[in-house]
Design a protein around this ligand. Structure first.
Ligand code: MN
Length: 237
């Protein structure tokens, strides 16, 4: 049966990605979606990008793809010297990318939605409606959302002290079931209206995907299955 397959953050872990596709048993008619952050930190960013592009695998944009676009714009403006101000691994990825790769990254959407299934990189606030134009702020939240403070405000990643609740635990299902990445969990985070599918492959965890059978062009949400393969090593601290 035809299925939809959604992968967590690959971060250049290309070998694990191929292994996971094999384990799932991908067929030609399956719809494959990546939750973003398929580049950076891990060993094979360019290979992963080109493979996704060439095999018509869909992806939303993650903060790591967004970062490459920002670097590209700044580099165009300030030239070579700008590259001395960025992180070494980002510079390495950036220098491997051709203009066509940047063009591809720029084409990635903030969300993918079909019927009652939505894919984003980070998360969604209950006040963000995806059928309205997204503000700059909304785009940031969609890519970066993780924990909220006790007033349900966005928290930057390094604010551990004020962490109160994870966004998905208050999500109201207004954009349907959400599959997302961005925050590495030990096991996929399964909530009432969402699944967090990033299991930290690049940090030595595992690469995971969730699959849903498709019937009459709709994903059967309650028949999901989860597949994982172990990381070959920890590529990043
Ligand atoms: Mn991320």
């Amino acid at each position: 049966m035809k299925k939809i397959v959604i992968y967590g953050d690959i971060h250049g872990c290309f070998e694990e990605f191929l292994e996971l596709r094999k384990l799932i048993g991908i067929n030609k008619n399956d719809i494959e979606i990546v939750t973003g952050d398929f580049i950076n930190k891990g060993p094979f960013s360019l290979k992963t990008l080109r493979y996704i592009k060439q095999n018509n695998i869909l992806s939303v944009i993650g903060n790591n793809e967004s970062k490459m676009i920002m670097i590209y714009e700044q580099y165009k403006k300030d030239g070579e010297k700008f590259l001395d101000t960025i992180k070494a691994h980002e510079k390495e990825t950036f220098l491997s990318l051709h203009d066509s790769d940047i063009k591809y990254l720029k084409s990635l959407p903030y969300f993918l939605k079909s019927n009652d299934l939505t894919v984003v990189h980070g998360g969604l606030f209950n006040h963000i409606k995806l059928d309205k134009p997204l503000s700059k702020e909304d785009k940031k939240y969609i890519m970066y959302l993780r924990f909220l403070d006790k007033d349900y405000n966005f928290l930057p990643f390094n604010d551990f002290e004020n962490r109160y609740i994870f966004w998905s635990e208050i999500y109201d299902n207004h954009e349907g079931f959400i599959v997302y990445g961005h925050h590495p969990f030990k096991e996929p985070k399964i909530d009432r209206y969402s699944i967090g599918i990033d299991t930290g492959c690049v940090y030595g965890g595992k690469l995971s995907a969730v699959t849903f059978p498709i019937k009459n062009d709709k994903a059967i949400l309650d028949q999901y299955k989860i597949f994982s393969v172990d990381a070959k090593k920890a590529y990043w601290q």
